[in-house]
Design a protein around this ligand. Structure first.
Ligand SMILES: Cc1cc2nc3c(=O)[nH]c(=O)nc-3n(C[C@H](O)[C@H](O)[C@H](O)COP(=O)(O)OP(=O)(O)OC[C@H]3O[C@@H](n4cnc5c(N)ncnc54)[C@H](O)[C@@H]3O)c2cc1C
Length: 414
């Protein structure tokens, strides 16, 4: 049994705590917030092996540059004279190639599929009761060009063993009979599931506390004590805490904290927004509005519209123009769905922890022997949460890893 401290209580930190506790370790989770908001709460709730193409794909950097001056664009990279940002941009740009995409596809698929299986196990544990449905994901397209692109991704997914296909307009209408659709067609990834994120987070926190995990909120990790490659203690807002093993699961903040540990994880925050529609929409199947890059999820009691990727530093400012863009996109694809001003005023945001190559960091750096890093999942943190937690537990328990950890190595070069 080891004494473990998990820094960060988002989906990655909580899932790490869950599997560590199951292995018999003594676990404390430390978080700077009240653990009731941020990326792990505002996300679209997809468990989506369908997202096999990493963010760093050919053409993305070009799109980012083109959209730099468009205030309502779904991707925004704010130029800054900041060394970390410049290093990240260089590494991201280097990863935007076809060879890299081909290498990532099976890696992303394997971890996402395994993660889904682990969510399934948790769902079937009587201790948990959260919204979780297997209805797939539609990629709704308004242009022939986008439809072609998405059907191509569906073919790649199919060749990887995932259940994905094209659906005709007639089929679509039968699938979604209660909502008007203004689209040319769709690709359908039957392999995807969806959830209502805050339900899972609340259930998981309750379970952990019941099972002896200590959760410390409003405790920011401000400093660390490292001696000869061993992290002996952390200094939080009010106390010094010691442990045998530490987990760095601080999401977008992990880059900053890694510097205190003598590492330099390249990481940028990718801000995204969610707007909840509380009145019925008729939407029953999760969808991505492909051209607008807006995610639509029928959650438990409301419909969530989520989108934008704003790489503009760590802040939680709400950009109303981008929130409006999400509302306008919803109305373009579903002409009868209109987000009210009140719903848009209630928008919330979260920061996706974005690594430069579309893969998370999971594992130990050679520079610190008792620190396991689990961060940088970008737009796939919800999908990969359980598998990441299980991998963390396998590493700390010195068990054979279920997956090859090399692609996730925190010391990898870009
Ligand atoms: C709009 C939106 C939609 C998304 N949709 C999906 C989706 O459908 N499917 C999917 O798979 N993914 C989705 N994602 C991505 C996913 O939500 C993230 O990848 C995931 O939540 C990241 O989890 P995390 O635990 O790494 O980080 P976080 O949830 O950010 O948690 C990190 C925690 O660390 C804490 N922390 C930071 N610094 C310190 C410190 N110094 N001391 C103590 N605590 C600290 C923070 O307070 C925070 O609670 C979406 C994200 C957004 C924003």
């Amino acid at each position: 049994m080891k004494n473990c401290i998990v820094i960060g209580g988002g989906i990655i930190g909580l899932c790490s705590a869950y599997y560590l506790q199951k292995e018999g370790h003594q676990v404390t989770v430390v978080d700077q917030s009240k653990m009731d908001g941020g990326a792990s709460y505002v996300n679209a709730g997809y468990l989506s092996p369908s997202h096999i193409i990493p963010l760093s794909a050919p053409g993305v950097m070009k799109k980012g540059l083109k959209w730099m001056f468009d205030k309502s664009s779904p991707l925004y990279i704010k130029p800054r004279l900041d060394l970390d940002f410049l290093k990240w941009t260089w590494a991201f740009n280097k990863s935007c190639n076809q060879k890299h995409v081909q290498k990532c596809i099976p890696v992303i698929k394997d971890i996402a599929v395994w993660s889904q299986e682990l969510y399934d196990d948790i769902k079937h544990d009587n201790a948990f009761n959260f919204h979780y449905e297997k209805k797939g994901l539609l990629m709704l397209c308004q242009t022939e060009e986008m439809l072609e692109e998405e059907v191509e991704v569906a073919h790649i997914a199919k060749s990887e063993g995932l259940d994905a296909s094209e659906v005709s307009l007639d089929e679509l209408k039968k699938m979604e009979p209660n909502v008007e659709l203004n689209v040319k067609g769709a690709a359908y990834f039957k392999c995807d599931f969806h959830t209502t994120p805050h339900e899972f987070m609340e259930e998981m926190k309750t379970y952990l506390i019941k099972n002896g995990v200590q959760i410390l909120t409003d405790e920011k990790v401000k400093d660390v004590v490292v001696d000869k490659g061993v992290l002996s203690s952390i200094k939080t807002t009010t106390q010094n805490l010691k442990a045998d093993e530490f987990v760095l699961a601080a999401g977008s903040w992990s880059g900053l904290l890694s510097k205190k540990l003598g590492l330099n994880l390249l990481m940028q925050a990718g801000k995204g927004y969610r707007v909840n529609k509380m009145s019925p929409t008729g939407i029953t199947i999760p969808a991505i509005l492909a051209e607008a890059k807006v995610a639509v999820t029928p959650m438990n009691g409301f419909t969530r519209f989520a989108g934008t990727m704003e790489i503009a530093g760590i802040n939680h400012d709400i950009n109303k123009v981008r929130v409006d863009a999400i509302g306008n996109a919803a109305n373009r694809y579903y002409p009868n769905v209109k987000l009210t001003q009140e719903e848009k005023d209630d928008a919330a945001c979260g920061l996706r922890p974005v690594s430069p190559d579309g893969l998370p960091y999971i594992g130990k750096s050679v520079k610190c022997t008792n620190l396991t890093i689990a961060a940088g999942h970008a737009m796939m943190g919800w999908s990969m949460g359980t598998a990441t937690g299980k991998l963390v537990s396998e590493i700390i328990s010195e068990q054979k890893s279920t997956l090859d950890l090399n692609p996730f190595h925190p010391d990898r070069k870009f």
